[in-house]
Write a protein that binds this ligand. Structure first.
Ligand code: SIN
Length: 524
């Protein structure tokens, strides 16, 4: 098997908004190597529809944005992280516009601001309903032609390289089976989320939690993984992908209705269709159970079909692809896994608990989202914390940020006998959807945990012996690792808060649980 070795000053794993924004920050200061596991556009950034939230409107302030973020986060937001997000957010969004991002404009030329659930005011900048794609395009153009930036695509980061107690880069596996080593003085994980841990997800196929799995195996502190956001309105047509139907649709007046045509959300939440996502997702499940029928999203009859198709061209075409008209048909919907609030613990500058290793974007857990993320705060998170992580990578002395008691764990290169995984991807996804999904309880979580613990221990022993995996084996290894961590965290938290709903502990318990949870690998 051939090996490819590369050295850079800065290594970035992932090519979504956080990784690209960090690369923009770093490009003038040294050689930047970006590893991306598929094509650069295959990640969640490209799928992000609704937009990017920032307090730029005349009736808005960072304080109002902070208040909405903290209310949605259900008592667990790190308020310092929220302050950074809302205060720095407008700067990064304006900068994007200066760099050529084409957000929709009002007739007076100001950015058109959309309404989304749990936002007190119109605050969401958007490029029709394909905002992530536009931001990715803008950052990509900014980096184009920068000779200091090199991208290796179809390179899956599989293991941290540890040298003299610090993370010195990663080992990666190419789609042709080549193994590579990429070394740098600072490594950023910007590898996105893990929606594919669940059977039903809005996320693209690449979202298998590789960054969390890699960081955990290297000894990094992992945080808050019990908090998985389920987006309420994924397309629910049998046999079709769970396409995201943006919350911006409800912001423009769409309502959820049951099989009898009744708008049911006012019975479940004071903010009705514009309640925070966790509440809407649970209401949909309960209403579907109560009526034993499907749930639909219906656009308001007061808005013309033409206006709807113009404002939401991508969603209109997704609906058309399954024979539905967004403007005139009732669109069947249901919740699907969408976003990880937890991930690799970081400080406000992207430093993980391990020296040399940084994380930003969905893979990271700054605590900014608490127990439930506010709509359209994720693209903003990628911009703000991606840029901050880039600056810290540039400025930190080697060894900065290491947390007391943390130590980077070295593993042998995975070049030995091929390991066989004792579980299949579909089994993990079914198990998680059934037992660690929108509603959980101790007995289901224990059932899932038993299966996942056993699969994880087989995997760990094999990797510790230097066993190898092919690309699909690594994919499954990531899914097993992250599913196990989600299940353990969900079992530990004996209360219901934000996106974590336990049927056996239905109340919020501030006395015992108004705190974050952490997991760290035991050294071998
Ligand atoms: C949406 O458009 O509803 C999703 C945006 C987000 O996840 O914040």
């Amino acid at each position: 098997m051939s090996h490819v070795n590369s050295t850079a000053d800065y290594l970035i794993v992932g090519s979504g908004i956080a990784g690209l924004r960090a690369a923009v920050e770093l490009a003038p200061h040294g050689r930047v190597l970006v590893l991306t596991k598929s094509d650069p556009e295959a990640g969640s950034t490209t799928y992000a529809q609704g937009g990017v939230a920032a307090a730029v409107g005349p009736d808005d302030t960072p304080e109002r944005h902070a208040a909405d973020t903290i209310a949605a986060g259900d008592g667990l937001c790190d308020e310092d992280a929220v302050r950074v997000l809302v205060q720095e957010g407008p700067h990064y969004v304006r900068e994007l516009m200066e760099w050529g991002a084409r957000f929709d404009r009002d007739t007076d030329g100001a950015p058109a601001l959309a309404r989304e659930a749990a936002h007190a005011v119109r605050r969401v900048l958007h490029a029709a309903d394909a905002t992530g794609r536009e931001i990715g395009r803008t950052l990509g153009e900014r980096l184009n032609g920068q000779s200091s930036v090199k991208v290796i695509d179809h390179a899956l980061a599989v293991q941290a390289l540890v040298e003299r107690g610090r993370v010195a880069g990663v080992r990666w596996l190419g789609s042709d089976g080549r193994l590579g080593e990429a070394r740098a003085r600072a490594t950023l994980l910007a590898s996105g989320g893990a929606g594919r841990v669940y059977r039903e997800t809005t996320n693209p196929p690449v979202t298998t939690g590789d960054g969390v799995a890699l960081a955990y195996r290297a000894g990094a502190r992992i945080s808050d993984l019990e908090f998985v956001q389920f987006h309420p309105t994924a397309l629910a047509v049998p046999g079709a992908p769970r396409y995201l139907l943006s919350e911006a649709l409800r912001g423009e007046g769409a309502r959820l209705i049951n099989a009898h045509g009744e708008a049911f959300m006012p019975r479940y939440a004071a903010q009705a269709d514009l309640a925070p996502r966790d509440q809407v997702s649970r209401a949909i499940v309960r209403e579907a159970e109560r009526t034993a029928g499907p749930i639909y999203l219906e656009m308001p009859s007061t808005v013309s079909a033409r206006a709807i198709h113009e404002r939401f061209p991508l969603i209109s075409s997704l609906c058309r692809s399954v024979g539905l008209d967004l403007a005139t048909d009732r669109i069947p919907v249901g919740p699907a896994a969408h976003y990880l609030m937890g991930g690799v613990w970081t400080d406000l500058d992207g430093r993980t608990s391990l020296p040399g290793l940084y994380a930003a974007g969905e893979v990271a857990a700054t605590g900014v989202h608490g127990a439930n993320r506010l709509a359209s705060n994720s693209l903003l998170e990628g911009l703000v914390f991606g840029a901050r992580a880039g600056r810290a990578m540039r400025d930190d002395e080697p060894g900065a940020g290491a947390q007391p008691g943390s130590r980077a764990i070295d593993g042998p290169p995975p070049v030995g006998d091929r390991l066989s995984m004792p579980i299949e991807e579909r089994d993990v996804a079914d198990l998680m959807w059934r037992f660690a999904g929108i509603f959980r309880d101790g007995s289901g979580l224990r059932q899932a945990s038993e299966v996942l613990e056993s699969a994880w221990h087989t995997l760990r022993q094999g990797l510790d012996r230097g066993g190898s995996l092919d690309a699909s084996g690594w994919r499954l290894a990531s899914l097993v690792s992250v599913a196990r961590l989600i299940t353990r965290a969900a079992l530990l938290r004996e209360e219901s808060r934000g996106a974590h709903a336990r049927r056996d502990f239905p109340a919020k318990d501030d006395l015992h649980w108004k705190r974050r949870t952490y997991q760290v690998l035991d050294p071998p």
